[in-house]
Design a protein around this ligand. Structure first.
Ligand SMILES: Nc1ncnc2c1ncn2[C@@H]1O[C@H](COP(=O)(O)OP(=O)(O)OP(=O)(O)O)[C@@H](O)[C@H]1O
Length: 303
């Protein structure tokens, strides 16, 4: 028996044409969950298609297609897959609204937007088609929806083997941090923030509140509000890293000793020799790093 169609009031706007693009390699990919979402949508007379990616970069190309003719492009994947969609939208003059079906390793954006995980609730929110602006930042001109950072955490993102990430999920990051944390060479970075110069060992430009899942990094930030914040951490030795890690788990890292937090419009991160950079949980080369908010946001479906 097919699942019951979600009920909507007649006045609510409806999504009628939906394309779900799923990354089958993402951490929590579940084809049965997608099937159920599609059944709910079809029962509510919505035209829905499913496209499974076969390689990285495919979501970006699809999202850039000006002939998509969709109400909603729903990305079933993690934060990296959503990042690809935003990158594609940058080249699309009339992008559809974005929806996110959370299925990644950390899914920070799902926490930011308070997205549901149950298929019926996801289908309901897509059908109801209530949207908010999704603001994002630019790192060397490339979109990031959650954060861009340089230093130890980016080295971990660069160093975590994909097979370990698939097998252990978030634990793979902890093990990689322990593996490299005691032997790495730390580097001092200079951060020029709106004309002010700071220095530190780890620099995180964040568009949202959360980091690494449900952990609050910057309570004043929100992906649905314009603007970015930067956190500069003065130390990254193993003891300090542990202290900051514990503060993060308690949602107090922004108040920790040795951490500077500020809202900014333009920032530039420089180092004596190249330091690893990550955006939205994926490797993104090395410093220098130019950071700024994007001029406009895209519409994203919210519950
Ligand atoms: N079919 C595919 N094969 C290989 N890589 C893909 C494919 N489709 C998308 N990708 C890439 O996989 C990267 C990671 O995927 P995604 O973010 O969806 O999952 P994740 O890594 O488990 O989650 P998270 O980013 O939350 O940690 C994306 O940046 C995307 O470019």
């Amino acid at each position: 028996m097919s699942p019951r169609a979600p009920r909507l009031s007649p006045v609510e706007p409806r999504a009628r044409r939906v394309l779900i693009v799923a990354n089958p390699t993402s951490g929590g990919y579940d084809p049965r969950r997608l099937e159920r979402i599609m059944t709910y949508l079809r029962n509510a007379e919505c035209t829905v298609d499913l496209h499974l990616t076969s390689h990285a970069g495919e979501i970006e190309s699809l999202a850039a297609d000006p002939l998509l003719a969709l109400d909603v492009l729903a990305i079933a994947g993690g934060d990296g897959s959503v990042n690809e969609a935003l990158t594609g939208f940058q080249r699309n003059d009339a992008p559809p609204d974005l929806a996110v079906i959370p299925a990644g390793t950390a899914n920070v954006l799902a926490h930011e937007l308070g997205l549901p995980r149950r298929p019926l609730a996801i289908a309901r929110s897509i059908l109801a088609h209530r949207t908010r602006p999704l603001h994002f930042g630019l790192a060397n001109g490339h979109p990031f929806v959650l954060m861009a950072s340089a230093g130890f955490d980016a080295e971990v993102v660069h160093g975590v083997p994909l097979s370990l990430k698939r097998k252990l999920g978030k634990l793979a990051y902890v093990l990689t941090a322990l593996r490299i944390g005691f032997t790495r060479r730390s580097s001092e970075m200079q951060v020029d923030v709106d004309g002010q110069t700071l220095s530190g060992k780890l620099v995180v430009a964040t568009n949202g509140r959360f980091y690494g899942g449900p952990f609050v990094l910057c309570p004043d930030a929100s992906v649905t509000t314009e603007g970015l914040h930067v956190l500069v951490l003065q130390k990254d030795d193993p003891v300090s890293a542990l202290r900051f890690g514990l503060a993060l788990m308690l949602g107090r890292v922004h108040k920790a000793r040795g951490v500077t937090v500020m809202a900014f419009r333009k920032a530039r991160v420089l180092a004596g020799f190249p330091v690893a950079v990550q955006i939205d949980g994926d490797p993104f080369g090395t410093t220098p790093l130019d950071l700024e908010p994007a001029a406009t946001g895209y519409s994203v479906v919210v519950p």
